[in-house]
Ligand binder design. Sequence first.
Ligand SMILES: [Zn+2]
Ligand SMILES: [Zn+2]
Length: 154
Amino acid sequence: MRSTPITILLANGANKQITMKFLIIKANINQLRIPKMGDISKNFSRSEFACKCNCGFATVDVELLKVLETVRTHFNKPIKINSSCRCDSHNKSVGGSQGSKHKQGIAADIVVKGIKAYEVYLFLDGFMPNNYGIGTYKTFTHIDTRKLKSRWRG
Ligand SMILES: [Zn+2]
Ligand SMILES: [Zn+2]
């Protein structure tokens, strides 16, 4: 509590000094509940898709972005993108396949907070049963927007 003297003008024209008490609330900016907005869609930012080797490859497929927003809305939980864009050398260093869709910037390996990877797989498969590449792994789900359907378990 902080006391601050201020001067007020009374109805009879006289001045009167009173003391106001203010409660100073200290808040850490990180604790304030400001909704996190993405810079390329409601919930996602380009940096989340960038190649992890810092080469600058961060092409984001619009269709992939729409799919991720759909997943975000369905589960109403934050999504962590483990890996999206990969340049050739980064793809090799993480053991990605030669034809990996991550190299085309149309794939993302995602974790939906608090949701089992297989549950995310089932939702994606039900949502887009006739195309896309969808792979279920122990801790994450791969999604890519290829036209021909592909499904696998990693
Ligand atoms: Zn790279
Ligand atoms: Zn992947």
